[in-house]
Design a protein around this ligand. Structure first.
Ligand code: XIL
Length: 299
């Protein structure tokens, strides 16, 4: 196969990218994205602040732009994200306790009903674990009660039974880290108690502090063994090492329930990290990088 999407499809997987609505008028950007990728995540447009800028008033203008572009070009969509401590609108930041809990539930229902039956995977909860101690991150959502995550998943299942429901986080790729074990224990608990969870998203933002580790494959296979799909959801590698990109790809392909890889942007110039970190598969002029060839050959 000569594109990332077609190559991933050879093993029943997808290869995706994050898309920004503001760039859908850039023909170099859309040409590459349309040619290479078959799963699309909105980089910001389906987040809480974008979709519910005022309480109870939903706005799907930019989310729909990305959704429609994806579907018109034959692609699937990952929904990102419904419950998160970041990119909350001001009205939500100012809530607490039972009113915040209700606002979270209403938000999940409002967004998921708009996209009902249309989204392959939803990142229901994003980044809920503490960076170092293996416990929950302190946040306004956490302070509504420890059961907020399972309430979010139960709400999501009822709102759109067709969507696969994911927990998504960063720094849960290294099996030896407490944060990874904390999320693993939550997923194991959810599966044992019948809390509806279908997948774990490993964001996989790799840099010198959070470097790719050879135990990544163990992390993927260990989550999968709990009975969930695993997706690599926001891959970028600062420095753009072709070898590391190949390792990540090979690790996913080694685990049957690793369903696909999404890179967090198209060209280096599209990256949230800045083009100078060279983290993606296409350079800022839209040329394929060594990392691109390395991924394509591994798929
Ligand atoms: C980032 C976007 O790429 C930026 O454009 C935005 O300013 C901040 O959010 N983890 C996530 C993503 O789950 O939503 C984040 O995306 C990157 C880190």
């Amino acid at each position: 196969a000569s594109t990332l999407g077609a190559a991933a499809a050879q093993s029943g997987r997808y290869f995706g990218t994050a898309i920004s609505a503001s760039k859908l008028g850039d023909s170099q950007y859309t040409t590459i994205a349309n040619r290479e990728f078959n799963m699309i995540t909105a980089e910001n447009e389906m987040k809480i602040d974008a979709t519910e800028p005022n309480r109870g008033q939903f706005n799907f203008t930019n989310g729909d732009r990305i959704y429609n572009w994806a579907v018109q070009n034959g692609k699937q969509v990952r929904g990102h994200t419904l419950a998160w401590h970041q990119q909350q609108p001001g009205w939500m930041q100012s809530l607490s306790g039972s009113s915040l809990r209700q606002a979270m539930i209403d938000h999940i229902n409002g967004v998921m009903s708009h996209y009902k039956g249309k989204i392959a995977y939803w990142d229901v909860v994003n980044e809920a674990f503490d960076d170092s101690n293996g416990g929950r991150r302190d946040s306004n959502l956490q302070r509504t009660g420890n059961d907020w995550i399972e309430v979010a998943f139960r709400t999501a299942r009822a709102a759109d039974p067709a969507a696969k429901l994911c927990y998504n986080d960063y720094n849960i790729d290294n099996w030896s880290w407490a944060k990874t074990q904390g999320v693993y224990n939550m997923v194991r608990d959810f599966k044992s108690r019948g809390v509806p969870i279908d997948c774990v998203g490993l964001q996989s933002h790799f840099n010198s502090q959070s470097a790719y580790n050879s135990n990544y494959r163990t992390t993927i296979s260990s989550f999968a063994a709990l009975g969930v799909d695993v997706a690599i959801t926001e891959l970028d590698i600062q420095g753009g090492s072709a070898q590391t990109y190949a390792n990540v790809t090979n690790d996913c392909l080694a685990v049957p329930r690793c369903v696909g890889i999404t890179v967090w942007g198209v060209r280096d110039s599209d990256s949230w990290l800045g083009a100078n970190t060279s983290p993606l598969l296409f350079d800022s002029s839209g040329n394929k990088k060594a990392a691109y060839t390395s991924v394509l050959n591994a798929l």
